[in-house]
Design a protein around this ligand. Structure first.
Ligand code: ADP
Ligand code: ZN
Ligand code: MG
Length: 518
């Protein structure tokens, strides 16, 4: 795929994207309508009972905690919580769904009409171009902007079981000789969030999904593991001629198990649909499958319409009437959300917006940062943030671990920053100390001691070396004094070499400047 081709297409065609995101409420102990345990994997068909196996006569008992967590999710995304709501039966046949219907919600879901704000960096194909329907944004000078993405609804339903295809390649149906079904997952509480078609670029879609994951993680409602399938994103996308308002026919892309896949699949669809439309063809409304290996989407099935599901109110459960007190009680449980945390990091710790954004985009990093600045104080916030965003982030990335799994703890980062601040070691030495402390888990002070890394800031000691160098290089001194100020670099280099790189560069510069001009 060429970027130029994409840019050229985007000049004429505007993508319209809406996401449907399923998240298992893995924080619940038990399933949605029975007492079976919620967990991942395990010996197949061991966490099942007549209810989640859909046996005749078994009756569902709704999981109150799961309902509360759904309301919490709605409040965190600025939804209105419906005073009246109910479950519906959605009929369809799927071998991993033993009842042949799913208990879901239809026209009266728990949460409706929310929004989240999505920050996008400026530049390139990430850019939302001007749009005709009033959803345009005003980018900052660097091209970054915030897009408001509406949330249509969040409803609660039960997850299906899982098919395991054996004998084929990599669990795909093609070539499989046997299909087995594991009902351990069947009945796991699952929330589905549907966004408005407010998203305009694949980058916005990625940021939306990432932001949502961060909000869900802040709430603690799910582990949101895309690899284990506890968070699953489907993308709906259509194109319309730039400058027009009416939506085109959309395709829905499923099976994207990473944020990168979501982004890449949408880019692929933009190019595919543009080519179809440019050649006078039409987009077919259908569900498509993203093939990560081949990097393309392919048709999976034609899309069902709502009436195909024969939705009707679940007769085995009464509707829900949420009181103001019930909703307010859950509102009390709202933790600090990512946007609020970012603003607080800027206000309390004086961080620039970029640092605050990156640090709060990972809950563990944010917690680590706060622990370090609580020790070191607000004056150290910026150097601590710098160290975390550079050295620490690079280390975690290279080691492929999260900050809680690393040997580096907040007190060590604070101590290292203090060593530089006091002039005990140079910024350059700090890099080596960091590397060693990340490897060994030793405190930076101890590393400096053992390695004899102490930086020499003692003016007297530095003056002695400076005087000797000056005495040994009369020609260079004369050159410097007659205007070749570039020779300063030579002198600094000599002093540093003489002192084994341990002299404080600021003091060296100061002393040299003084001695050479006298
Ligand atoms: P369906 O009836 O096919 O399920 P919905 O109207 O329920 O479609 O919308 C499903 C998702 O598709 C939502 O996220 C919505 O924002 C998005 N969507 C709806 N129409 C379009 C369109 N023309 N182009 C892109 N996305 C769309
Ligand atoms: Zn069960
Ligand atoms: Mg729909």
């Amino acid at each position: 795929m060429s970027k130029d081709r994409l840019l050229e297409v985007l000049e004429r065609w505007e993508p319209v994207i809406g996401l449907e995101i399923h998240t298992e409420l893995t924080s619940t102990r038990t399933k949605m309508f029975c007492g079976c345990e919620v967990a991942f994997g395990g010996e197949p068909n061991t966490r099942v009972c007549p209810v989640c196996l859909g046996m005749p006569g078994a009756l569902p008992v709704p999981n109150q905690y799961a309902i509360e967590q759904t309301v919490l999710a709605g409040l965190a995304t600025e939804c209105t919580i419906a005073p009246h709501s109910l479950f519906h039966r959605k009929q369809y046949f799927y071998p991993d769904m033993p009842k042949d219907y799913q208990i879901s919600q239809y026209d009266q879901p728990f949460c409706e009409d929310g929004q989240i704000l999505v920050e996008v960096d400026g530049g390139g194909v990430a850019q939302r171009l001007d749009v005709a329907d009033g959803t345009g944004v005003t980018p900052a000078e660097d091209g970054s902007y915030t897009a408001r993405i509406g949330i249509t609804r969040i409803h609660l339903e039960e997850d299906t079981g899982k098919m395991v295809h054996v004998g084929g390649s990599e669990g795909r149906l093609a070539g499989a000789t046997k299909s087995l079904v594991d009902f351990n997952r069947a009945g796991t509480p699952l929330i589905e969030l549907v966004s408005e078609p407010d998203i305009r670029t694949p980058e916005e879609a990625r940021r939306f999904a990432q932001k949502l994951r961060l909000i869900w993680l802040s709430l603690g409602i799910s582990d949101c593991s895309m690899e284990e399938g506890s968070m699953r994103v489907d993308g709906n996308i259509s194109l319309r001629k730039r400058g027009t308002v009416e939506f085109g026919v959309k395709a829905e892309v499923k099976n994207m198990n990473s944020f990168k896949s979501l982004h890449d699949a949408l880019v692929y669809e933009i190019l595919r649909q543009a080519e179809l439309l440019d050649s006078g063809g039409t987009v077919v409304q259908e569900t498509r499958h993203w093939d990560v290996g081949a990097k393309r989407t392919s048709a999976l099935r034609s899309k069902e319409a709502a009436h195909d599901y024969r939705y009707f109110p679940e007769p085995d459960m009464t509707p829900f009437e949420f009181s103001e007190e019930f909703i307010d009680g859950i509102r009390q449980r709202l933790p600090e959300l990512p946007d609020a945390k970012k603003i607080r990091f800027m206000a309390t710790w004086g961080l620039p917006v970029h640092d605050a954004t990156v640090l709060t985009s990972d809950l563990e990093m944010a917690e680590f940062f706060e622990a370090a600045v609580t020790i070191g104080g607000a004056e150290r916030a910026k150097p601590i943030a710098n160290l975390m965003l550079n050295d620490l982030a690079a280390h975690l990335n290279a080691a492929g671990i999260s900050v809680t799994a690393s040997k580096v703890v907040p007190a060590m980062v604070d101590e290292l920053v203090a060593l530089v601040e006091e002039g005990t070691i140079s910024g350059k030495q700090a890099k080596d100390v960091f590397t060693e402390m990340a490897e060994t888990g030793d405190a930076p002070g101890a590393i400096v001691e053992i390695r004899g890394l102490k930086q020499v800031s003692d003016t007297g000691a530095i003056e002695a070396v400076v005087d000797r160098i000056i005495a040994e290089n009369p020609d260079k001194v004369e050159g410097y004094r007659s205007g070749r100020t570039g020779l300063m670099g030579f002198f600094v280099g000599q002093v540093m070499r003489e002192m084994g790189g341990q002299a404080n560069p600021a003091v060296v510069n100061e002393v040299l400047g003084r001695r050479l001009s006298s």
